[in-house]
Design a protein around this ligand. Structure first.
Ligand code: GDP
Ligand code: MG
Length: 540
């Protein structure tokens, strides 16, 4: 799916002008790819109509006539992207409309006026926030095998980690071994549990369990229920009875990502019977494309709270609409990046970026200064490890595995240190390709003229104090090893100066230079803008 949509987008990139014909072509490919990914037929048709309308409004809008073709293309892609995000995030439309209204009211015309700010995606605590010191009952519903018991335990662990006294109730008396399974999971995570091998009435068990946990001042009480292989009356009756007995503060429906087109009917039926307020989509680590999740949310206007991304108890991630859609579209994070790039454009960074890309396209050097600019752009863009992951090579470089809240902090402080390092460089160093730091020092006998320049730099460094030692070594080396291969002592002198100035270590400076060289090499190989874009969109 991703590849196909990517191809469609790439085709649009190659079209010289954005007109209704080229957009029709794009929409056709996008829609058939979405259908293949189990997104509901009506939703796809609706998306097509709406994007078409937006595009023709854009083409007819006189105030938008000063948009460049590239900006038009970006807008068309964003129309498509936004519609999908809107489907999967019930709060998105409101926020987006508000942001758009705000952004167009405070600036008159201009290309950036119509570009909406990325809205705030809702997180788990926007959907449900347990109250401290009070019992908060959460009931799980869903078909058998959807991942209820697993997700129950994952969620219990999630709240336990956040300081809530959390317990699990097993009200599944339908499936043999259900209690054992919950018991095993709960014990692994050190979560108190309640259940019975002899009681066969799920209503009796759930109310007794909740009562007992409440009496012991538990704060989050999670009730796991049984499922059936399909939606059926017995299951729904049982759900209603348990619901009446435990009076949950929140009911969560668990949806297996791989159920495809069945998601719509299933989520509707469960909504009617159990009136759930949130969804957990499981097994998104597998081959499931997740299009069914979009249909479920759109059909019930119920937000997704978490996604399950594996069988381990920590494989539970807060749901975020934009990355989800990016992944669904197989776009990597290019769409998120597009938002960020638009933001930067609004902040006037566009000109600088364009200049830099042009320079590189024309065979110029990607200097340390350019790299510094990229780094500070990335820093100003938001969740770091994520954005870093969008840039080829950066994710691995920062030691992070792509998106992840906990990596952000480490990546953030690492990036800050990188910026400090550049802050301590001289203009001459910043405008170099880094070879100043490693330039082989040749003896005067080898290259007379050049050495003069070298001496001048040595003089500069003398004033800085501790490079004196290095300098002495250089001169000694020069004397001793007249015809020897490059000596890198002076590099250490420079690196040491920068390390001192920036409060980092020589090793870090050397690491910085190594990474810079890696990126510069990559930039050179990719040869400017076309290459960058292609690379970033997965190179389809
Ligand atoms: P229940 O019948 O609804 O309680 O479903 P279970 O919790 O017993 O899960 C059914 C199967 O799906 C088990 O083998 C789980 O390990 C597996 N499972 C649940 N959630 C996930 C997930 O997010 N990813 C993967 N790969 N497997 C999952
Ligand atoms: Mg179960």
């Amino acid at each position: 799916l991703g590849r196909r949509i990517n191809n469609a987008f790439n085709e649009l990139q190659r079209t010289p002008t954005v007109d209704s014909a080229s957009v029709d072509q794009l929409l056709k490919s996008v829609c058939s790819a979405l259908l293949e990914s189990d997104v509901n037929v009506k939703l796809v048709a609706d998306l097509r109509t709406k994007v078409k309308a937006q595009v023709s409004a854009m083409l007819n809008d006189k105030s938008a006539s000063n948009l460049s073709e590239a900006q038009r293309r970006a807008k068309v892609q964003k129309f498509v992207f936004d519609h999908l995000v809107q489907l999967v995030d019930p709060n998105y439309a409101e926020n987006n409309a508000a942001a758009e209204a705000a952004s167009s009211s405070d600036s008159k015309g201009g290309p950036s006026a119509a570009v909406p700010q990325p809205p705030h995606s809702s997180g788990p605590s926007d959907i449900f926030k347990p109250k401290k010191g009070k019992p908060n009952v959460i009931m799980f519903v869903g078909l058998q095998g959807s991942g209820k018991t697993t997700s129950c335990t994952k969620l219990a662990l999630y709240y336990q980690k956040r300081g809530f006294k959390t317990g699990l109730v097993c009200a599944d008396t339908f499936r043999a071994g259900a209690f054992d399974q919950l018991k095993q999971n709960a014990s692994k995570a050190n979560i108190p549990f309640y259940g019975s091998y002899t009681e066969t009435d799920p209503v009796a068990i759930s109310s007794a369990g909740v009562r007992s946990f409440k009496a012991n001042r538990f704060e989050v009480i999670i009730v796991d229920t049984s499922g059936r292989h399909k939606q059926e009356k017995e299951l729904f009756d049982e759900m209603r009875e348990i619901d009446a007995a435990v009076e949950p503060d929140l009911t969560i429906m668990v949806l297996d990502a791989s159920i495809g087109q069945a998601a719509e009917a299933q989520s509707r039926a469960f909504k009617e019977a159990a009136g759930y307020g949130a969804i957990i989509v499981t097994k998104l680590d597998g081959h499931a494309k997740g299009g069914g999740a979009i249909s479920a949310v759109a059909a019930t206007r119920t937000p997704i709270m978490f996604i399950g991304t594996g069988e381990h108890l920590t494989d539970l991630e807060p749901f975020r609409a934009q990355p989800f859609v990016s992944k669904l579209l197989g776009m990597g994070d290019i769409s998120g990046l597009m938002d960020k790039v638009e933001e930067m454009q609004m902040n006037g960074g566009q000109e600088r970026q364009r200049e830099m890309l042009k320079k590189i396209e024309e065979g110029g050097t990607f200097t340390i200064r350019d790299w510094r600019e990229q780094l500070s752009n990335i820093m100003s863009m938001g969740p770091l490890s994520k954005i870093a992951g969008m840039i080829p090579g950066m994710g691995a470089m920062l030691g992070g595995g792509g998106a992840g809240g906990e990596n952000d902090e480490a990546a953030g402080s690492k990036m800050k240190r990188m910026i400090y390092i550049t802050d301590s460089m001289t203009p001459e160093e910043l405008d170099s390709d880094g070879s100043l730091f490693t330039a082989p020092i040749k003896s005067a006998a080898d290259e007379g003229g050049e050495d003069e320049e070298g001496e001048e730099e040595d003089e500069k460094e003398k004033g800085k104090g501790d490079s004196r030692k290095a300098l002495t070594t250089v001169q000694e080396m020069k004397k001793k090893k007249k015809k020897k291969a490059p000596v890198k002592v002076r590099m250490t002198g420079r690196a040491r100066r920068v390390a001192r100035g920036s409060g980092t270590s020589v090793r870090e400076v050397e690491e910085f230079l190594m990474q810079y060289r890696m990126v510069a090499g990559m930039v050179k190989k990719m040869g400017g803008k076309a290459g960058w874009l292609k690379q970033m969109s997965g190179g389809a």
